[in-house]
Design a protein around this ligand. Structure first.
Ligand SMILES: [Zn+2]
Length: 362
C-alpha cells in the first residue's frame, strides 16, 4: 500500500519533470537541458530520501521524524526553484526568500489538513465522520460569508457603477443589473485588471477593478459583466462547493487509511504520531497534485461555459475584444500549452478569444 503511494509520488515527480521539459523546450532557453538534469536529480534525491526515511523512521524520535521530512522537502523545493533562476551571491537571499514563501504556502495547506486529520482521528473529538463533514462545511461556509460580506468590502470600498442601458439580452434578462455592478480600487489586487463574481445569501455582485474600467470601452465592459453573470447563471459557485465536499471526503478517507487501518500500522516496527504524519504527508503530496489538476480542469471548463453565456447575451465579440486588451496589458505566463492546461485555474486568454470569435461567426 505504502509502496503504491510512493510510486504515485514518483509518478507525480516524473510528471513535473516532463512539464518542465516541455516548458524549457517551448522557451528555448540555452541552459534548459542542464536545468532539466539538475531538477531531475533533485527530485530523485527527494524520492530516495522518502524511501530511506520510510524504511528507517523507527530510529528517530517523534519530533525528529516530524521535522526531518519537512526540512528535506523545504530544502529540495528551494533548490529546485533556485536551479531554474540565474542567481548571483548578491540576489541569492532574495530568491531564497521567494522560494521559501512559495514552499511555506504549499506546506501550510498540507500541515493544516494533516493537523485537522490528526485532531479528528487521534483525539476522537467527533463521534462520526458525518459530524466532521458537517463541521468542516459549516466552517467553510462561515469563512466564505466572512470574506465576502465583511472582509472584501472593507478592503476595497465598492463604488456602484452604472452602465448605459441598451436593447440586448443582458438588460432584458437582468433588468436590475445596474444595481449589482461595482467598481473596486485595484492597487491591492494581484492582477490589477480583474473582474469578480460574488454571491452572498441574497445579493449578487459583479466587481470590476478600476484599472479594468479605465482601459475598456463601454461595450467591452458589458462583455465582461455578461461573462461574470454566467458564473451565477450556471451555478458555478455551487459546483465548486460540491467539489469542496468531495475534497473533504477524500481527505477523510486518507485519514481513515492512515490512522484507522491496520495495514499501514503493520508496515512500521514502531508506529507513532511521527510515522503517521510522515505517511500522511506522502499521501497528501502524491494525491494533492492530482486533485489540484482536476480542480483546474473544472474551473477552466467553467470559464468557457461563462464565455458561451456572454455569447448568448449578445456580447461574445465585445468580450473577445476585452480579453485581447487585458492580454496586452497583463499577458499570460509564457509556458507550453500543456503546462497551462494543467497548472492554471483559467484557460489561456488567447484560446478563449479564438473560441469566442468562432462562436460569433456561427
Ligand atoms: Zn470567469
Amino acid at each position: 500500500m505504502m509502496g503504491f503511494f510512493i510510486g504515485l509520488m514518483a509518478l507525480v515527480m516524473i510528471g513535473h519533470s516532463y512539464v518542465d521539459y516541455l516548458n524549457y523546450g517551448y522557451l528555448k532557453h540555452p541552459s534548459r537541458l542542464r536545468t532539466l538534469w539538475r531538477n531531475g536529480l533533485l527530485r530523485l534525491w527527494g524520492l530516495s530520501f522518502t524511501i530511506w526515511f520510510y524504511l528507517n523512521s523507527h530510529v528517530f524520535a517523534t519530533t525528529t521524524a516530524l521535522v526531518m521530512p519537512l526540512g528535506v522537502m523545504m530544502m529540495g523545493s528551494i533548490a529546485i526553484g533556485l536551479s531554474t533562476r540565474r542567481w548571483t551571491m548578491r540576489n541569492l537571499p532574495g530568491y531564497v526568500w521567494l522560494e521559501l514563501k512559495d514552499f511555506l504556502k504549499f506546506a501550510f495547506s498540507l500541515i493544516i489538513v494533516a493537523l485537522v486529520l490528526v485532531g479528528v482521528f487521534e483525539t476522537r473529538l467527533f463521534s462520526s465522520l458525518w459530524q466532521v463533514m458537517f463541521f468542516s462545511l459549516t466552517a467553510l461556509a462561515l469563512i466564505y460569508l466572512m470574506i465576502y460580506s465583511v472582509i472584501l468590502p472593507r478592503i476595497f470600498r465598492f463604488i456602484p457603477y452604472r452602465m448605459r442601458e441598451e436593447k440586448s439580452g443582458l438588460f432584458l434578462r437582468y433588468p436590475r443589473i445596474n444595481h449589482t455592478v461595482y467598481m473596486a480600487q485595484s492597487n491591492k489586487l494581484r492582477l490589477p485588471m480583474n473582474a469578480l463574481f460574488m454571491a452572498g445569501i441574497k445579493k449578487l455582485r459583479v466587481v470590476l477593478s478600476d484599472r479594468l474600467l479605465a482601459r475598456l470601452s463601454s461595450s467591452e465592459i458589458k462583455g465582461i459583466v455578461a461573462h461574470e453573470l454566467g458564473h451565477g447563471a450556471k451555478h458555478h459557485l455551487w459546483v465548486r462547493a460540491l467539489a469542496m465536499v468531495g475534497m473533504i471526503g477524500f481527505y477523510l478517507v486518507l485519514g481513515q487509511l492512515v490512522f484507522e487501518t491496520d495495514y499501514l500500522r503493520q508496515s512500521f516496527t514502531q508506529f507513532a504520531l511521527g510515522e503517521s504524519l510522515f505517511v500522511l504527508m506522502v499521501l497528501l503530496y502524491s494525491t494533492e497534485n492530482i486533485a489540484v489538476v482536476l480542480l483546474y480542469q473544472l474551473t477552466q471548463y467553467q470559464e468557457f461555459q461563462s464565455d458561451r453565456y456572454a455569447v448568448e447575451l449578445g456580447y461574445g465579440l465585445a468580450l473577445a475584444e476585452a480579453l485581447e486588451k487585458i492580454h496586452r496589458y497583463q499577458p499570460d505566463p509564457q509556458e507550453h500549452p500543456l503546462a497551462k492546461k494543467l497548472g492554471l485555474s483559467h484557460p489561456d486568454t488567447l484560446l478563449r478569444v479564438r473560441k469566442l470569435k468562432e462562436a460569433a461567426v456561427k
